[in-house]
Design a protein around this ligand. Structure first.
Ligand code: NDP
Ligand code: 8X3
Length: 250
């Protein structure tokens, strides 16, 4: 059986870099995103190993089923990468539409895509689901509210999938990156590129290629090895103190 990877969110960042790296190792690819023109230009660059480019909003349950069911039974690696953070406002000020988008994409979209191709992996007794979680799923920070909660879901969904998949030989890995340079912050700050770029001033974040390398490493290990979770930060990022608020005048 050929190595065929389905990558969601392949039009940018980690997904695009993973597509490049997998092709360099001889993998065949099915690429998914909403921005089809970007997928097509990646296909032009990468050549025949890209079997298909699918214009798809992972939040659209029926469209996911329709577009991906022809691939069920053929996919050996699913990189569930499509996702986003929108906004960094405190919970009481947050826009509920932003929260809906994060829940719809990071939680519901990821489950729809998984469901569309998982039964084929189980039937073939071969496959690997690599989910993109985040350090935000494990550690709290102001404004991380709903985004972090969606990534906590991804972590728990990943390990629960492992429980369901016991004995099936299908692997599941949750990759949990920290501070990284992609279009992620442009999306989070809703196109305020200056604000997004300022985050990276005088710092060395992880690159999309760093994360792609980790994804490809997990996928390339012998089939009896399952990396459950892989938490990765740039060296410039670490942990802060847990703050105590003090009463005035005390
Ligand atoms: P980018 O913004 O560069 O890429 C996000 C990708 O997701 C794009 O290809 C976008 O494609 C796709 N996407 C978003 N919404 C949808 C949708 N509804 N349907 C289909 N595709 C969609 O960000 P990253 O590469 O950084 O993010 C990839 C993943 O990594 C996300 O899940 C993110 O939460 C996670 N992550 C990112 C970190 C970071 O600091 N960069 C750190 C930790 C985790 P299009 O717009 O064309 O549909
Ligand atoms: C993205 C990492 O720390 O900006 O998932 O939330 S963080």
């Amino acid at each position: 059986m050929d190595n065929i990877a389905l990558i969601t969110g392949a039009s940018s960042g980690f997904g695009e870099a993973t597509a490049r790296k997998l092709v360099s190792k001889g993998w065949q690819l099915v690429l998914v995103a909403r921005r089809i023109e970007r997928l097509k230009s990646l296909q032009n660059e990468l050549g025949d190993l890209v079997l298909d480019c699918i214009e798809l909003d992972v939040c659209d349950r029926d469209a996911v089923k329709l577009a991906l069911s022809p691939w069920n039974g053929k996919i050996t690696l699913l990189v569930n990468n499509a996702g986003l953070a929108v906004g960094l406002d405190p919970a009481w000020d947050a826009d509920l539409d932003d929260w809906d988008r994060m829940v719809d994409t990071n939680i519901k979209g990821l489950t729809y895509v998984t469901r569309a191709v998982l039964s084929g992996m189980v039937e073939n007794k071969r496959g690997h689901v690599i989910n993109l979680g985040s350090i935000a799923g494990s550690y709290n920070y102001p404004g991380g509210n709903c985004y972090g909660a969606t990534k906590a879901f991804v972590e728990r969904f990943s390990t629960n999938l492992r429980a369901d998949l016991h004995g099936s030989k299908v692997r599941v890995t949750n990759i949990e990156p920290g501070f990284s340079y992609t279009e992620f912050s442009k999306v989070r700050f809703k196109g305020d590129d200056e604000k997004a770029e300022a985050l990276y001033d005088n710092a060395t974040p992880l690159s999309a290629e760093d994360i792609a390398e980790s994804i490809v490493w997990c996928a390339s290990l012998p089939e009896h090895v399952n990396i459950n979770r892989l938490e990765i930060m740039p060296t410039c990022q670490s942990f802060g103190a847990l703050p105590i608020s003090r009463d005035a005048g005390a």
